[in-house]
Structures are given as structure tokens and as C-alpha cells.
Write a protein that binds this ligand. Structure first.
Ligand code: PLP
Length: 460
């Protein structure tokens, strides 16, 4: 049967109650949270679309796998089970767990960067990846195609590298590039995929120069689904086959397992064949994350991840997951709400710069919309724009983000299409009343990563 939006390939065995509040209550709750939804208590949120990171539901097989966890400090059975799955999916020789994605980054990136090799290039660096590149003393340069920044025009692979720009960057910084990172899917551009052809080309150009290629693959399975759907040569291949081909174009795989690992906590480091690099990472992981056979994860969590990695490769699961995002995106588009199009894998990104052109970037239009959505509907979204960008470390001026997004991020296997109707109706209502929205000013601001804890107030 061919349906437009795939029904879930699972049924519900256990439920978690969520609480509805009144609009009056939410006004007070948001004021007390300093007009920053990060400071809301989750029990005061009806539908939580803050992030898809570690917020999904585990399957009965994963809960059962927890019971098999071997908590041995060294050489646990759970480690070997997880290692087997990671090697099978990636085709790589070496594996280490990490406590989450940024744990993997802090172990690997400083082993690639040095005084001479001080440039890292990615389609768009994820925030924590950029932070680890910079902490290691290198510069992080983004190199995505221009189409990524044009939310209204269709492009099947808005996560792609701009190949000409990459060639120029490699020439300009000849001899100084420490690594090139394929972020799949490209989170910051709207969960947008990278085509296999693009990965292949990047790999060919970069490896010619002896530079390592990394996959930052928190959502590599979602990326493989888009490749299957949109690249003709892959339509009859399995998700596993597509993923393995993608891994073949890289040397190192870093993953936040909180996404396509279908677990609440965990990370992965896998290295194709560079034994010397693996040994350097082993040395570094002990003081940073833990002994190399647990790397910050408990045995039971490694077992749940081993199962989750396999489940995330199921094409019915992926189709339903991505259809949920499309369903929400299509409902908003039908009502005239501008969103990053096509809809990406894990979220709908509302283009608030187009909705609130009169609120200047340093009054945080997307944060204002996000706050109004919470008051209207009890839905928590997140700002991905100038509020998140923070300030220039030298001039201390607010940096203007190229896009002012409100991200509606879908946890995996958690909400139904009916929940998404509630979300859509809330967004559409705020969109219709957009003339009433006001900018915000900061009343408290920490020096780095301000969006997590800053406080704001509406400008009357
Ligand atoms: C989430 C994410 C990370 C960081 O992972 P954490 O588990 O949050 O530390 C890195 N890269 C990408 C693309 C991500 O989405």
C-alpha cells in the first residue's frame, strides 16, 4: 500500500504522561525561565521538540539488551558486541566507545590538529565539532553549497560540499589542512543530506592530498535513506549497503549515538586502518573518557546501542521517521509558513527571518517566535539563529547568523502524527498573529555558549 505518510512500524507498550498547562500558566512559567525555553522544566512542556538528541524511545529489544550488560571495567562482553556491530556497519578495523559525540571529538580532533595542520573544513561544522576544532587551536571553515542558505528553493542535497570552493580552500591552505569533515546529515543547514556522488568527489580530491576524511555521522542512517530515495543508482540498494559505501570514502567516523544510535547516551569512534592514530586515541581516551573498552559508557548502554544501531538501518523505521518531519513541514507550508525546503531528516526548520523581517537580528526574532509558540501551545522548540551564534570574541559584537531558524526537532519513535497536528496548529496560530511579536533584549549573558543559560526580556 502506498501512503503519503508512512504509519509507524511499531505499537506502544508503555506510555509516559505529559501535562497540559493553560496559556496563563505558561506566560508565568516562561517569564520565570527568563524567556529562554532551555530553562523550562520538562514537566511544564506538553510536546518537547527541543532536540532529537537522546530523547527517543528504546525498543523492547533494547530494554532486554540492558539486562545483558557486562559491567567489567576492561574487556566487557558488551564492548565486543558493540564493536562487532560497528565494524560490520562501517567496515573499519578499529572502534572505541565515547560517552557522547563531543567525547569522541575531544579524543580524535586534537590528534589530527597541530601548529602546522591548523585548518579543518566541513560542509557545516556542528557547534561542538567547531568548538573542539577551535580548542585544539585550528580554524573551522564551512564549505556548503550556496543553495543551503536559500530556504525556498528545492535542492535534493542541500548538505553537499561546494566542490569548487573546496578545491580553492585546499589550494589556499595547501599543507595546512588537518582534516575534512563530512557532516551527514548536515544538521545546521536543516538536517539536509549529502549525496553519495558528493561524498565520493570530496573523498577523491581530499585523499589525493593525503588529508584524512572524517564522517561526523550522527544521522548517517537518515542520510542513507535520502540517498536511496533521491539518487537513482541507489534505489535498489539496502540502507546498510549505502551506509557502508559512504564509510568507504572516509577514514574516521565520529558519531553521537544519541541520534541514529537510538539510545539516550553514547558515542562512537571508528577508524578505518590507521593503527598509529588509533593508538594515539587510545592513549588520549583513558584520561578524557575512560578505559578504551568502555569510554564513558556503561556495559548495559553499549548493549542497547548495539541493538539500536541495527534498528536504525530498517528502511520502514526510517521512512516513518522522515515522513513525520515531512508531514509537519507540509502542514506548515500549506498554511504559508516559510520553512527550509525540502524538509530534512530530523526536524522542520522555520525561516523566521522571513516571518519577522522587522525585528532586527540582535533582538532575536527566532527566539521571539519560539517563545510565542510555547505560550500558544505548550510546545518547546529551539532557536537556531543569532541568539545561538553569540558574540565575536574580539569585538564582542553580536554575530548575525545567515539564517534565523526556529527548529522543531522530532524525537525518534516518541510522538504521533496527532501530536504533530497540535504542533502545526500552534505554529500556524503564532504565524497568523506575527504582527504582535516583539524583539528581546538580554538581561544576563554568560561569555560562551550563551543560549543555554542566558536570560531575556521582551522589548515593550
Ligand atoms: C549532536 C551532534 C554532535 C555532538 O554530539 P553530542 O552527543 O551532543 O555530544 C556532533 N555532530 C553532530 C552532527 C551532531 O548532530
Amino acid at each position: 500500500m502506498n501512503t503519503k505518510y508512512e504509519a509507524p512500524p511499531y505499537r506502544i507498550k508503555m506510555v509516559e504522561s505529559i501535562r497540559k498547562t493553560t496559556k496563563e500558566e505558561r506566560k508565568t512559567l516562561l517569564e520565570n525561565a527568563g524567556y529562554n525555553p532551555f530553562s523550562l522544566k520538562s514537566e511544564d512542556v506538553y510536546i518537547d521538540l527541543l532536540t532529537d538528541s537522546g530523547t527517543g524511545a528504546m525498543s523492547q529489544e533494547q530494554w532486554a539488551a540492558l539486562m545483558r550488560g557486562d559491567e567489567a571495567y576492561a574487556g566487557s562482553r558488551s564492548f565486543y558486541r558493540l564493536e562487532g556491530v560497528v565494524k560490520h556497519i562501517t567496515g573499519y578495523d578499529y572502534f572505541m566507545p565515547a560517552h557522547q559525540g563531543r567525547g569522541a571529538e575531544q579524543v580524535v580532533i586534537p590528534n589530527l590538529v597541530n601548529e602546522d595542520k591548523n585548518i579543518v573544513i566541513s560542509n557545516i561544522h556542528f557547534d561542538t565539532t567547531r568548538a573542539h576544532v577551535e580548542i585544539a587551536g585550528a580554524r573551522a571553515i564551512d564549505c556548503v553549497i550556496e543553495e543551503a542558505y536559500d530556504t525556498q528553493n528545492y535542492h535534493p542535497f542541500k548538505g553537499n560540499f561546494d566542490i569548487d570552493k573546496l578545491k580553492t580552500l585546499l589550494e589556499t591552505h595547501d599543507g595546512h589542512v588537518a582534516g575534512v569533515i563530512l557532516t551527514i546529515t548536515n544538521n545546521s543547514a536543516g538536517g539536509q543530506p549529502v549525496s553519495m556522488k558528493n561524498m565520493q568527489e570530496v573523498s577523491r580530491i581530499v585523499k589525493d592530498k593525503g588529508i584524512p576524511v572524517l564522517i561526523d555521522g550522527a544521522r548517517y542512517a537518515e542520510n542513507a535513506f535520502f540517498v536511496k530515495e533521491r539518487e537513482d543508482a541507489y534505489k535498489d540498494k539496502t540502507i546498510l549497503e549505502i551506509a557502508r559505501e559512504a564509510f568507504s570514502y572516509a577514514d574516521i567516523f565520529l558519531m553521537s549515538a544519541k541520534k541514529d544510535g537510538l539510545v539516550n547516551m553514547g558515542g562512537i569512534i571508528a577508524i578505518k586502518d590507521d593503527e598509529a592514530l588509533f593508538q594515539k586515541c587510545q592513549t588520549r581516551i583513558v584520561p578524557m573518557e575512560g578505559f578504551p573498552t568502555y569510554g564513558g559508557m556503561s556495559g548495559r548502554d553499549m548493549d542497547a546501542l548495539a541493538v539500536g544501531l541495527e534498528e536504525a538501518l530498517d528502511s520502514h523505521y526510517l521512512r516513518h521517521r522522515i515522513d513525520q518531519a515531512r508531514y509537519l513541514g507540509d502542514r506548515l507550508r500549506d498554511a504559508g509558513v516559510p520553512v527550509q525546503y525540502p524538509i530534512g531528516g530530523h526536524a522542520v526548520f522555520v525561516d523566521v527571518a522571513k516571518i519577522l523581517p522587522d525585528i532586527p537580528f540582535d533582538q532575536f526574532p527566532a527566539q521571539s517566535f519560539t517563545n510565542a509558540l510555547y505560550i500558544e501551545s505548550g510546545v518547546r522548540a529551539v532557536e537556531i539563529g543569532s541568539f545561538l551564534m553569540g558574540r565575536d570574541p574580539d569585538t564582542l559584537e553580536n554575530i548575525q547568523s545567515s539564517l534565523e531558524f526556529m527548529r522543531l526537532t522530532l524525537p525518534r519513535r516518541t510522538y504521533t502524527y496527532k501530536h504533530l497536528d497540535h504542533v502545526a496548529e500552534g505554529v500556524i496560530q503564532v504565524f497568523r498573529n506575527r504582527k504582535q511579536l516583539k524583539g528581546l533584549r538580554l538581561t544576563y549573558e554568560p561569555p560562551v555558549l550563551r543560549h543555554f543559560t542566558a536570560k531575556l526580556e521582551p522589548i515593550e
